[in-house]
Design a protein around this ligand. Structure first.
Ligand code: AMP
Length: 564
């Protein structure tokens, strides 16, 4: 029998009420066991708060402004009811549930309500994503309205949460891997490995359900389906990196650009951004370079694209991001903002995965297969002085610092480990999410120009404010930011607007102080926005745990300075 969406919503409600990880895993595993094979993929996706599969290049393109209008229309409940609940809980889903419960119109229309199935909801999401071209906005709205009209208050709560991508149950992808392994009795390590190469836990769960251990063991990379990126942790200096990597490591320039994953099959090339979105159309000259230089039939490569000036010197990241967003008038942009590609890794070549090979071997294979495309500048050394000289050289050349990569390390997709370390000589900036903003004064009175910056709580999924700033953006950026934030607005409190956490910014600061001002007990001092991180999602933002780590490390450093 098809599983209802109600059952999924009830499961999420139970997850929301507990922080016990083992219990969460058990609840989800029990649920997964009862699903029909074709329900596994959409159910896993929805439990994680994703309307569509990770690798799908489609998005719903539905703003909170649109969604809230539809909720108002269906329920006819006074909006201040929503605002008052939202003010108390900060949770859009819960506030939606309450207005649905209070809606007289909705109660009279319970005839319209009928048991939605998981597959029906999935089809609705797909239809919303697929609506394009003229009249697409109306089509999307009609689909959403039909879906929400059929939903009970609890279902509406979770539909809305999935729409805006904010589940807040604390049930992460890592826990999902454990739940799938338990439900379908497949070893966790095999699950995790398959998840790495397939790049999508929803698809892996389906393989586990339909083909079991055998299917999972055979899972491999597929060209044109992006793989999650290996990520780096921070190191304070080159000495720490050398020590962490057993005395010898591969230092490389850390270029201040945008990460790209390049897939090639015969003459076709696709480029994916750090968020794994397809940016091929924005970077035609990179496609051309790869076509010309990479002779292999099939390959997945990684590198960094940087913007350069007419002399070939690197220019700030903002210029580059304009290129990534541009899909029209490309030739014009290519002339004004030239970009250059540097490669640093290869994951797959002619039917074979290379990720279990040591980094130095992958680099060798990369060099043999990249023609004239430059690789990132590299030295492999045991010597601290040489490494420091190399760091200085990188900074003098206008780059951010160094990466240190353990020479014998394998490539671990999606994992932020110590095998890759980044060394940047300043206090590491934080990637934070804007959760509210205030109108400015004087010249800025019409702009949302003062931003509340929040870090993600990795355990609970909520966003905790750690600072506020009006510094760092240009006037033009503030105008654009105001437009975007207004679309994400959930609630206005005088001059302050609370927004759906969506926009990530990189924030520099001088110190993290203890402070009662915010719930987390810490506050950034002299925060300023370095840049808007369009390439990051709120899930990629820094966590409150990381902020605390930096906060604590400051004391270690201060203590040491005193004794030195
Ligand atoms: P972060 O985004 O601060 O976590 O730093 C890691 C990022 O540095 C990667 O995602 C790349 O975009 C970038 N990067 C620049 N140069 C390199 C390099 N040589 N190797 C790996 N990543 C690099």
């Amino acid at each position: 029998m098809p599983t209802s969406f109600k059952a999924l919503a009830e499961l999420c409600e139970k997850l929301e009420k507990t922080t016990k990880r083992l219990l969460m895993i058990q609840l989800v595993a029990d649920f997964l066991k009862r699903l029909e094979p074709d329900e596994v993929k959409p159910a896993v996706s929805m439990i994680l708060g994703r309307p569509l599969p990770t690798y799908s290049q489609k998005t719903l393109e539905v703003s909170w402004a649109t969604l809230s209008e539809i909720i108002k229309r269906i329920t006819e409940v006074e909006w201040k009811v929503f605002m008052s609940i939202f003010g108390k809980t900060g949770d859009i889903g819960s506030a939606t549930k309450t207005v649905f419960e209070k809606s007289k119109v909705k109660k009279q229309a319970t005839l319209l309500e009928r048991e939605l199935t998981i597959k029906e909801v999935k089809r609705s999401f797909e239809a919303i994503a697929e609506a394009a071209g003229q009249g697409s906005r109306e089509k999307k709205e009609r689909q959403i309205e039909v879906l929400l009209s059929m939903a009970s208050p609890l279902e509406a709560k979770y539909l809305v949460k999935i729409f805006i991508g904010e589940m807040r149950t604390g049930f992460s992808e890592g826990l999902m891997e454990q739940a799938v392994s338990k439900a379908y009795q497949v070893p966790l390590d095999v699950m995790q490995k398959a998840s790495m190469v397939v790049g999508d836990i929803c698809e892996v769960a389906e393989i586990a359900r339909k083909k079991g251990l055998e299917g999972l063991s055979a899972a491999e990379f597929k060209v044109f389906r992006p793989v999650k990126l290996m990520l780096a942790q921070m190191a304070s200096n080159v000495a720490e990196a050398l020590k962490e990597h057993g005395g010898k490591t591969a230092f490389e320039y850390k270029l201040d650009g945008a990460r790209v994953q390049i897939h090639k099959l015969d003459n076709e090339v696709k480029i994916f951004s750090r968020r794994l979105t397809d940016v091929t159309k924005s970077l035609p000259e990179i496609v051309e370079i790869v076509r010309k230089n990479v002779n292999a039939k099939e390959a997945i490569l990684e590198g960094e694209v940087i913007a350069v000036d007419s002399l070939g010197n690197p220019v700030p990241f903002q210029h580059l991001m304009r290129r990534f967003k541009r899909v029209h008038k490309i030739e014009d942009a290519a002339e004004k903002i030239p970009v250059r590609l540097y490669l640093f890794d290869i994951l797959y070549l002619n039917g074979k995965s290379l990720i279990s090979l040591p980094y130095i071997e992958r680099r060798k294979i990369l060099a043999e297969n990249s023609g004239d495309i430059p690789l990132t500048e590299q030295i492999i050394t045991k010597n601290r002085k040489d490494a420091e000289k190399f760091l200085k050289q990188a900074l003098d050349d206008g780059h951010e610092g160094l990466m240190a990569k353990k020479p014998e390390s394998v490539y671990t997709p999606g994992i932020r480990g110590k095998r890759w370390l980044k060394i940047k000589p300043v206090l590491e900036p934080l990637d934070l999410v804007i959760v509210a903003a205030e109108y400015g004064y004087g010249r800025r009175h019409a702009w949302l120009s003062d931003y509340y910056l929040a870090a993600r709580d990795a355990e609970k999924g909520e966003f905790l404010i750690v600072g506020k700033t009006f510094k760092g953006l240009t006037d033009a950026e503030m105008v654009e930011m105001t437009r975007q934030l207004k679309e994400l607005a959930v609630k206005e409190e005088g001059r302050r607007v609370l927004v759906v956490p969506k926009i990530v910014v990189e924030v520099a600061y001088n110190e993290i102080q203890k402070s009662p001002k915010y719930k987390c007990g810490m506050a950034l001092r002299f925060a300023r926005i370095n840049r808007i991180r369009d390439d990051k999602t709120p899930e990629d933002a820094d966590t409150i745990q990381r902020v605390r780590e930096i906060y604590e490390r400051q004391f270690l450093k201060k203590g040491r300075y005193k004794t030195e």
